[in-house]
Design a protein around this ligand. Structure first.
Ligand code: SAH
Length: 373
């Protein structure tokens, strides 16, 4: 039988999501279960259902005693995100879902099926405080940090959707990119908690390889250094967008705090420690950062800072409401790629999924209003 709930399960203040199994480490899960009057082995049973079975449906948990089961599951696996709307495009291979958190906060995540993998683009914050002028998320400012449970719920729900035939055949969610709403390294603790739970083997976690996770950042240097110390194998992506500080100051305002050379030196330490190439994201903006000389400079700056441990991912600029900027013409883009590569740096163009449903890079804005109106 469920006892009265301990303090950590009391009604949350607005903005603070209820505590969930996925907010707790294994020892704390046992404590929480015990506080609910249940034997501690039930923590593993619940984890098996949640991380292994990808469910929070009490009815499917026949190994739990039926008396008080629903209350127990509600307390340990409260509903953190409810779907508001789902939209699909790219012949059904890209699906954006708008979620509502317990306090009305809205976030989005995007699930993408490819031939060889299924990737989830996950949000780490509601909104974003980084204020990059070409990004729709940045325009609305920061709403709040997501809890580890809210991040993991996006992953669990996506994994369940893929398994349950969102793309026809059952598919396994294989890759996670922290490229949705928010700056993951500004919500460091929760993002790291989530990364550990995504990578922990079943039943403690989702059992997805760290090498298949990408954490993308505007370049919060102290947090990059901290991540280096974690000794994880996750891929680091840096949103650079300009090879020179003068321009980057205007495109990525946090550059005023940590300059390109410092950020790239931090990225180099990360690459040296993990042996993994760093991805450099570069949204190509017509007549802003797409000049040939900037391509040459980008290649040179990256080569000097990172040697072979770098890869450039060009993102054709996606349209955002009210933006005065456009994507570069294809010929300019091709020339840009060629000139970066001529410096000995690999460079590819990101396939922009989901543009027509505002699900592409920089378009997530989590509004309940229908775009068409
Ligand atoms: N805050 C993190 C995570 C977001 S990742 C970061 O900035 O790295 C989203 C990526 O899409 C970032 O590289 C971002 O700069 C880029 N982006 C933002 N707006 C865009 C737009 N309108 N078109 C193309 N890419 C954009």
């Amino acid at each position: 039988m469920t006892k009265s709930l301990p303090l950590i399960f009391t009604a949350p203040r607005r903005g603070k999501p209820p505590v969930h199994l996925a907010d707790l480490d294994p020892a704390a899960r046992k404590e929480a279960v015990k506080a609910l009057g249940q034997p501690t082995f039930r923590a593993d049973q619940l984890a098996r259902h949640y991380f292994g079975g990808l469910t929070r449906d009490a009815e499917l948990m026949s190994d739990l005693p039926s008396a008080g089961r629903q209350e127990f599951v509600d307390a340990m696996l409260p509903e953190l995100l409810s779907p508001v709307r789902s939209m699909a495009t790219d012949s059904g291979d890209t699906r954006k879902t708008l979620w509502r958190a317990h306090d009305g906060t809205l976030i989005e995540s995007v699930l993408m099926a490819y031939q060889d993998r299924v990737t989830l683009c996950v949000s780490s914050q509601a909104g974003c405080g980084m204020a990059c002028p070409f990004c729709a998320t940045g325009q609305g400012g920061l709403d709040r940090n997501l809890s580890a449970g809210e991040i993991i719920e996006q992953v669990r729900l996506a994994a369940a959707a893929a398994k349950d035939g969102a793309f026809g055949e059952p598919r396994r969610l294989s890759n996670i990119v922290f490229m949705g709403m928010g700056e993951p390294l500004a919500n460091y603790k929760r993002v790291l908690q989530a990364v550990r739970m995504i990578t922990d083997p079943n039943p403690g976690g989702l059992g997805i390889s760290a090498r298949s996770i990408t954490v993308s950042t505007v370049g919060l240097l102290p947090a990059i250094d901290k991540l280096t110390e974690e000794g994880l194998q996750v891929r680091l992506a840096v949103s650079l967008h300009a090879p020179d500080d003068e321009l980057r100051d205007t495109l990525v305002p946090v550059n005023e705090r940590w300059k390109i050379a410092e950020v790239l030196a931090g990225a180099r330490r990360y690459a040296d420690r993990t042996g993994r190439r760093v991805s450099i994201e570069y949204a190509l903006i017509k007549e802003i950062n797409d000049q040939g000389w900037r391509a040459d400079l980008l290649g040179k700056v990256l080569k000097d800072a990172l040697g072979h441990l770098v890869h450039v991912n060009l993102i054709p600029l996606n349209p955002t409401p009210g933006s005065k900027w456009d994507a570069s013409p294809k010929v300019v883009q091709d020339e840009f790629v060629r000139r970066v590569q001529a410096q000995g740096v690999t460079c590819t163009v990101r396939d922009t999924r989901g543009q027509d449903i505002d699900a592409a890079c920089g378009q997530l804005a989590a509004s309940e209003k229908d775009k068409q109106q």
